[in-house]
Design a protein. Structure first.
Length: 360
């Protein structure tokens, strides 16, 4: 911040310095200050596509969807080959529930930048929300992404794990969601009730901003004799090296194609057995992952949906929910006085489609 402010002191009309200051403030969650910096950059350079795009991203976070769309569309007009602007436009459409437009924007980004990880994975996420009844199309999209992604990483083909029959298994869990996130409510019980006697548990936490829940998880794992490694900001290939050094036997990723995932680490094949669980409702498409944990309700034995992973169906449910201790006692259901059931959901608008509407 100091150096960019110095740059502006010597050159008050340096739009690039204003823009870069905005990026820093945005990363620090000071959105109002970020907006101020981007607007200052645009007052100097009105068609500065980076600032137009960045301002649109901040407006999206703030829920100012119309303003966000206006800025990102202006960024594309200023620079029609600005790939990331199309990705951000796709995010905007997704948040508004316009999935077809969202997919089109991601695909335009990929036409310009075929290796865009953000757009590639955002597209796969969005395709899950399209009710077209084409399981093969969804599978093929994931599989093709996986093949392309694997080419970006060198794979390990042998491991130095001790070949001793009665030793404890080393099981690693990798996720950015060990904080107050939906996945955390389903991973707390496994971390708490894991067999720490016959298994060595290693947690690879990619949490961007730790909170009280992160600290609680870490405390539980360490007190039970497990290992906790903070990996945020570490290159995924280096994380793979850490996994090999820890001689992990089974590496479980909990994110799939959702935000801040570590599929790059999984693509390196740092563990002899690799598993996906909880965080994604479909195949990852990644040949490096051997198994996907599910159950017979989420993935019926008669399903037509294909997976690159072998499905492992747990006997009952593959999920174990732990309520938040801050939630308080459960109140009597309003149905007692209303005489009818009221459904509520704090969820992604993109998940509301024709089939869901028929259900309700």
């Amino acid at each position: 911040i100091v150096f960019y402010e110095l740059a502006l002191h010597f050159n008050p009309r340096c739009a690039e310095a204003c823009n870069n200051l905005g990026v820093i403030y945005k990363d620090r969650d000071n959105l109002d200050k970020a907006v101020e910096c981007y607007q200052m950059a645009l007052s100097i350079k009105p068609n500065f596509s980076q600032s137009l795009n960045n301002l649109g991203v901040v407006y999206t976070v703030q829920g100012k969807m119309d303003a966000a769309a206006s800025m990102i569309e202006k960024a594309i007009l200023a620079n029609p080959t600005y790939a990331e602007a199309y990705n951000n436009l796709g995010v905007l459409y997704r948040d508004a529930g316009s999935i077809t437009l969202s997919v089109q924007a991601y695909e335009r980004c990929l036409q310009i930048d075929p290796d865009s990880r953000n757009a590639g994975q955002n597209r796969l996420l969005a395709l899950n929300y399209i009710d077209e009844g084409s399981d093969d199309k969804l599978y093929d999209a994931h599989r093709e992404w996986g093949k392309r992604f694997m080419k970006l990483y060198a794979q390990y083909t042998s491991w130095d794990n001790p070949k001793v029959a009665d030793r404890p298994l080393v099981i690693g869990y990798v996720s950015p969601d060990f904080f107050t996130h939906s996945v955390s409510y389903f991973v707390e019980a496994p971390l708490t009730h894991h067999d720490y006697t016959n298994c060595k548990v290693v947690v690879y936490s990619g949490v961007v901003k730790a909170d009280a829940k992160t600290l609680r998880f870490k405390d539980k794992v360490l007190k039970k004799g497990g290992v906790w490694r903070d990996i945020y900001g570490i290159d995924e290939k280096k994380v793979a090296t850490l996994v090999r050094e820890d001689k992990v036997d089974i590496l479980v990723e909990l994110t799939g194609h959702t935000a801040n995932n570590k599929l790059g680490t999984m693509a390196c094949c740092p563990a002899p057995i690799q598993v996906t669980w909880i965080g994604y409702p479909n195949t990852t498409g990644l040949p490096a992952i051997d198994y996907r944990i599910t159950d017979s309700l989420a993935d019926s034995p008669n399903t037509n949906q294909k997976h690159v992973e072998e499905l492992v169906r747990l006997p009952e449910s593959f999920l174990c929910y732990t309520p938040s201790p801050e939630a308080g006692p459960v109140c009597p259901t309003p149905a007692i006085s209303n005489g009818f059931i009221t459904f509520g959901s704090f969820n992604n608008l993109a998940k509301v489609h024709n089939r869901f509407e028929r259900f309700i």
